[in-house]
Structures are given as structure tokens and as C-alpha cells.
Design a protein around this ligand. Structure first.
Ligand SMILES: NC(=O)NCCC(=O)O
Length: 368
């Protein structure tokens, strides 16, 4: 039986008349209209058949005399796992590859240029089992592992930059890593998760990998300067700030967060970061239920996890898209004008007024 959609946004929408809906949109989304993009008939038919929530919007900047608009088409993908978690690892992974390939094919047919997948997209989030075996087979090299090689081909085929969150293994050490794959299938770089969760109910992954050692890199790509703030890092304002200081225009936030844990913060954090830092933020989350049976000496334990999807994109001026489904696979397509970053920064002057020198001094004192 299909899981019932649970969406506050939809519930409100159905209760409002046209005037009220505009006022709600103005306050909640930052603009009266969603500025939807038309999708191809083939996209709508396939997504309907495959039960994929597909939505498409645009954020246009003001016209400038000296600069042409710098339009980039972003795609965010959320998807559930396919096979039960006790099936052979290879089969589980192959089934996810096939599902994700179908969604990337749709994104490509819509001209998506910059595509981001959810945290550790190619596996169930097995870290909640607190066991390494047999799951270790999901770890891979950030340059040549199976999921990386799979996406390198698709990136080259579609002239697409793909942001791929994986579980990396290097010389026996595990890292929660995002690989940035360039449009010719090249590796542009990688970033390792800076902040490992430390909160009851969410910190099951922390013993598995090392805290990131890659700082706050911003990657120059054909489609804009991008950075990645992995999941729990979205609770850290300074993590977002460092990507701004390093000149990011778009920051992706791929997540694996649970309904009863991260949802109340979800709609505030990435949007606030977009406003505070004058860049686009793209947050996306795993979706669906994952069921694990853990064999222990004392018998079998069951762990059930449920992710709430709800990916959305925020612009630097505080406007945002509606969210993807809380229960279904989804593809959020959004055209953004990167000129909006400088336009909003010039308008509000947050960096100019930020007193970074004072913060630096006080922080230095504090960490002593
Ligand atoms: N994967 C991960 O960082 N989980 C933490 C959950 C959260 O921060 O909402």
C-alpha cells in the first residue's frame, strides 16, 4: 500500500482562496507566485507512471546593463531504496543505480545542468545498524568506485555536473564524502563532511567515519561556483559562512534526516543560510522507509527509519520553492540566475556590515 502524503504545504494550499493563497505565498515562500516552469509531456507521463514527484520553478534576477543573466538549471533528486536491506549488496546497489539513472535521464531531457543526489544515495543508510559487516561493501574510492564510475559516464553523456554523496574509503579510513563530477566525466574535486552528528537519535553514524579534513572548498564548475554542506553541517552557521567567504554561489545540502528529528528545523535552516550569505541553497533529503534486521548474539533486533524528503531551493533574496513530496521519489528542477547573488548582496550589504574582524578576534580568544 502506498504511504500517505503528509504535507503541511498542500494542506494549507487546499484551504485558501486565491487572494489568501497569494498572501500565504508572499509570506511563506517570499513571493506571491511560484514562477513554475513548463515541463515536457514525456516528463509528466514518465513521472506519473513511475510515481515521481516532479516540480519545476525559476528564480530570475533583475536585468543588468553590463552583465547578461547567468542562468543555470539545477536538479535535486530524492529517492527511496529499492530492494530489502537483506538482499545481496550488489543487487541492492544495481537496483538503486537503475532507479537513479531513470531520474537522471528525465532531468537530462529537461536540460538540467547541475544535479545533486541525496546523502549516501547508493545504499540504505545502514549506519543505524552500528555494524560494518556486510555493509563495508558499499564504501568506495572517490575517484573510481562503482557509483562514481556510473555517474561519470552519465555526466559525460549529458554534459552535466553531478554532485554525488558517497561513503568513501581511503587506506582503510571511512569518510562521508561528496564527489563533484564535471561535465566531461572528470573529477573536479571532493569534500568530506565537516560536522558529524552528535545528538541522541541521529548520531549512529559518528563512530564510522572521520570528521572531514577538506575545509570549505568551493568548486569552479561550468555552471557556477558551488559548495556542499553535508547534512548535519546545516545546523552550523559558521560552516555556511565559510562557503560564502570562499565565494560560493550555490551551496548544496544533501541530507539523511528523520521526520521525528530534523523536520521542525528543515524549512528554516537552508533558507536562512541563503539569506544570511547571499547565495542559493539547495537542500534535499532521503525519502522512504528503511527496515533492518540486525543479528546479535542475543537474537535479532529490528531498526526502522523513515526519511521525509521535502527538498527545496532558496534564493539569496529569501524566496523559496515549494517542497518535494514527503514520501515519494522526487525531482526538483529550478532555473536560477546567479546574478541574483550579487544583486541581493549589494542591496542588503550583509558582508560589508558583518564585523568579521571583531568576530575573528573574539573567536580566537574564545577557542583559547
Ligand atoms: N546524516 C546526518 O548528518 N544526520 C543528522 C541528522 C540531522 O542533522 O538532521
Amino acid at each position: 500500500m502506498a504511504t500517505k502524503e503528509r504535507s503541511l504545504e498542500n494542506a494549507i494550499k487546499t484551504k485558501l482562496n486565491e487572494r489568501e493563497a497569494k498572501e500565504f505565498n508572499r509570506i511563506y515562500y517570499g513571493r506571491e507566485e511560484h514562477c513554475e516552469l513548463e515541463l515536457k509531456e514525456s516528463t509528466l507521463t514518465t513521472c506519473d507512471k513511475e510515481n515521481i514527484d516532479v516540480q519545476a520553478y525559476k528564480f530570475y534576477g533583475a536585468t543588468e546593463e553590463a552583465r547578461k543573466p547567468r542562468l543555470t538549471k539545477i536538479g535535486l533528486v530524492q529517492h527511496s531504496i529499492v530492494l530489502p536491506t537483506d538482499k545481496p549488496i550488489k543487487d541492492q546497489q544495481e537496483a538503486i543505480f537503475q532507479k537513479v539513472k531513470n531520474i537522471i535521464d528525465i532531468a537530462a531531457s529537461e536540460g538540467v545542468q547541475l544535479l545533486c543526489l541525496q546523502e549516501t544515495w547508493s545504499m540504505p543508510f545502514f549506519l543505524c545498524t552500528q555494524q560494518k559487516s556486510p555493509w563495508i561493501s558499499f564504501t568506495e574510492s572517490a575517484e573510481s568506485g562503482p557509483s562514481v564510475m556510473f555517474l561519470r559516464k552519465l555526466a559525460a553523456k549529458y554534459d552535466m555536473v553531478i554532485i554525488s554523496p558517497i561513503l568513501e574509503i581511503e587506506e582503510g579510513v571511512w569518510w562521508n564524502t561528496v564527489v563533484v563530477i564535471g561535465e566531461s566525466g572528470n573529477i573536479i574535486g571532493k569534500h568530506r563532511k565537516n560536522h558529524l552528528p552528535s545528538a541522541p537519535g541521529s548520531s549512529c553514524e559518528t563512530p564510522f567515519y572521520s570528521p572531514g579534513n577538506t575545509g570549505h572548498p568551493v568548486f569552479e564548475t561550468k555552471y557556477g561556483r558551488i559548495a556542499i554542506n553535508i547534512c548535519y553541517g546545516r545546523h552550523h552557521a559558521l560552516n555556511w559562512l565559510m562557503f560564502r567567504l570562499n565565494n560560493a554561489e550555490i551551496v548544496f545540502n544533501p541530507c539523511a534526516t528523520l521526520a521525528n528529528f530534523g523536520e521542525p528545523f528543515w524549512h528554516a535552516e537552508a533558507r536562512n543560510a541563503a539569506i544570511a550569505n547571499g547565495y542559493f541553497t539547495c537542500c534535499l533529503n532521503r525519502v522512504g522507509k528503511e527496515h533492518f534486521i540486525i543479528n546479535t548474539e542475543d537474537g535479532d533486533n529490528v531498526v526502522d527509519r523513515s526519511y521525509f524528503g521535502s527538498g527545496y531551493i532558496s534564493a539569496p533574496d529569501g524566496t523559496r520553492t515549494p517542497s518535494l513530496s514527503t514520501v515519494r521519489d522526487g525531482l526538483l528542477i529550478t532555473v536560477v540566475d546567479l546574478n541574483l547573488c550579487r544583486q541581493t548582496r549589494d542591496r542588503w550589504g550583509f558582508i560589508m556590515t558583518s564585523r568579521l574582524d571583531d568576530y575573528a578576534k573574539e573567536l580566537k580568544e574564545y577557542v583559547k
